[in-house]
Write a protein that binds this ligand. Structure first.
Ligand code: URP
Ligand code: ZN
Ligand code: ZN
Length: 452
């Protein structure tokens, strides 16, 4: 059994949906069903707190729904996911939550909830408290995506952070500097440059300062208001430096990175199929990845998630040579733990206990789900992932659960796939096969987000 506190050889007793006992020599009478985990690591089920399923985005809809997305997650040991409910047109925050509930109900294999996205601050600000009362305690604003109708300005960020302080809730922010990004995109958006550079224009138009300036700015609003802030999908070394400095001043900011920023870099755009890797923010340089690993180790980066937002090859082909039209995002739920285990733990960048903290315990605490989730202790939900310490599988996009017909990690040998996944006591992955029933996952009401 592995938790952030340490590793021990014990039995874990489950009654119904909950962990009921932990210790040596628990009941092995015939009435007990035994899951033999000898020789394996048993960890609390992973929480992927940054997922987009069936998201209308970039002129199409992301290709995994709650059935395929959560099957993919289960195979990677994910037992809880948090998606983003985004209001469209004239919708209220409550409408957005209802829409995302309908997507998940009857389909999800694992437990779920949503961050509520504030896209029109003037209309939405007075609806925040009602959402807190409904059990939604994390909110989200985007500093870019004007054309999607999602962009927040500084006034919205500042005002929402004030409300986060008042309600004890937390604001997640996609931090990129919209106006300078627009300018760089416009300067490069010529037929000649597109012919010459193709998908490489993605990396050429998103230098690190696009992210770091925005992080610095929103950290300033967090410091001024005292509102709790969570930087999503941080991809730059500079971002990690800013967050570390802010935390040392006592600013209530935490940061998440994603598996792809730890193990991939922007040289992928030199590949024939480089456009597949377009995501937002962009993959950066190897030095950024190293700084993010270091930040995980020293603490300024608290969470590893995926930002799963899948598009098939056919959807990605919509770009037709114009990089601004590539649907942005990649699959990740199935490979989050295998990538982190193989490239983090087996390469001695993180201990096993630290991996559990970054994938399970920290996200549960930060998102207000601990100790129901993210813990192996009496009374916690019996959500567990059982992984072999060494045996590897080759990532094969033909046999993956995701609806995406490609993977950024295709052909990689990875350890850390879940041999057995339990969700509230049910075995939903058995011998690496998904056996859980769709629709068994439950919505998780939350209390205001707690400190890590
Ligand atoms: O490329 C990405 N990340 N797509 C999803 C939207 C977002 O910004 O998280
Ligand atoms: Zn984002
Ligand atoms: Zn996202």
């Amino acid at each position: 059994m592995v938790t952030p506190q340490g590793t021990s050889v014990v039995d874990i007793g489950i009654v119904g949906e909950k962990i009921a006992a932990i210790g040596p020599g628990l009941d092995d009478s015939p009435r007990a069903k035994i899951v033999d985990a000898a020789g394996h690591h048993v960890i609390p089920g992973v929480l992927d707190v940054h997922v987009h399923l069936e998201l209308p985005f970039c002129g199409t809809v992301s290709s995994d729904d709650y059935r395929t997305g959560t099957r993919a997650g289960a195979r990677g040991g994910v037992t809880t996911l948090i998606d983003f409910a985004i209001p469209y047109a004239n919708e209220s925050l409550s409408d957005a939550a209802d829409n995302w509930m309908a997507r998940a109900e009857g389909k999800s294999l694992i437990d779920y909830t949503f961050h509520i996205c504030i896209t029109r601050y003037n209309e939405h600000r007075d609806q925040i408290k009602g959402m807190v009362d409904r059990g939604f305690t994390t909110f989200k604003e985007f500093m870019i995506y004007e054309s999607e109708g999602w962009q927040s300005d500084d006034r919205a960020l500042f005002g929402t952070l004030e409300k986060m302080k008042e309600y004890g809730t937390m604001l997640l922010v996609h931090a990129e500097s919209s106006r300078v990004l627009d300018e760089l995109i416009e300067r490069h958006h010529t037929p000649e440059l597109m012919k010459q550079h193709g998908a490489r224009l993605h990396r050429m138009t998103r230098p690190n300062f696009i992210e770091s300036e925005a992080i610095q700015r929103v950290v300033t609003w967090s410091e001024a208001t005292g509102g709790r802030l969570y930087i999503v999908h941080m991809s730059t070394a500079e971002g990690a430096d800013i967050v570390k400095a802010a935390q040392s001043r006592g600013v209530p900011v935490v940061a998440e990175t994603c598996a792809q920023y730890l193990v991939l870099d922007d040289s992928v755009f030199d590949r024939e199929d480089g456009h597949l890797f377009a995501c937002c923010p962009q993959l950066k340089k190897p030095a950024d990845s190293e700084r993010l690993w270091e930040g995980l180790k020293s603490g300024e980066v608290s969470v590893i998630s995926t930002d799963t937002c899948t598009f098939t090859r056919e959807q990605k082909a919509m770009w037709e040579g114009d990089w601004t039209k590539i649907p942005m995002g990649m699959p990740g739920l199935e490979t989050l733990m295998p990538v982190t285990y193989t490239h983090g733990v087996l390469k001695n960048r993180l201990t096993l206990e630290e991996m559990v903290a970054k994938l399970s315990t920290n996200p549960a605490k930060i998102m207000g789900l601990y100790p129901r989730k993210g813990a192996i202790e009496v009374g916690a939900d019996a959500d567990l992932a059982i992984i072999h310490p060494a045996s590897t599988m080759k990532v094969d996009c033909e046999t993956m659960e995701t609806n995406a017909d490609w993977s950024p990690f295709n052909g990689w040998d990875l350890a850390g796939f879940s041999r057995t996944t339990l969700s509230r006591g049910d075995v939903i992955v058995d011998n690496y096969d998904v056996v859980g029933k769709e629709g068994r996952g439950k919505w998780l009401p939350r209390s205001p987000a707690g400190a890590q």
